[in-house]
Design a protein around this ligand. Sequence first.
Ligand code: AMP
Ligand code: ZN
Length: 140
Amino acid sequence: MSNDPACIFCKILRGEIGSVKIHEDQDTLSFMDVMPQSPGHCLVIPKRHAADILEISADEAAVLIRATQRLAKAVKSALLPDGIGVYQFNGNAAGQTVFHVHFHVIPRHAGAELGFHARQMADPATLYPLASKIAAAFSQ
Ligand code: AMP
Ligand code: ZN
């Protein structure tokens, strides 16, 4: 499944590096982005390695977008943002920095600017309470 030795998200899936997990199912994992562009910024990845959206099947895309929608609903109910950005980048030229396909789910608050992409590392201590709140919303 998580089968690219050099891929950082595969390393997370194999448990070789830490992450602040929110929810997982048979095919996907949701976890906190370590360089959040807003508080509550999280990611959804498939457990099978694929570089980008062009490398997954239509069925895998359907599974991934369903998991993304579930995460967005959990973020909405846990954090009550005014809006939610769902973003996905393919290729260096499009801004992709980790080459394991993923969706970003980013809570947005009216009047609050989005932080820079993949720039500022968060203190993990700030991520755990957000992850717990979002995880709790999955079971509602
Ligand atoms: P992209 O640029 O669309 O490929 O997004 C990759 C995202 O992964 C960025 O928002 C990074 O902040 C985030 N990221 C990179 N390494 C990690 C990690 N080890 N754990 C969680 N998020 C990460
Ligand atoms: Zn990977």
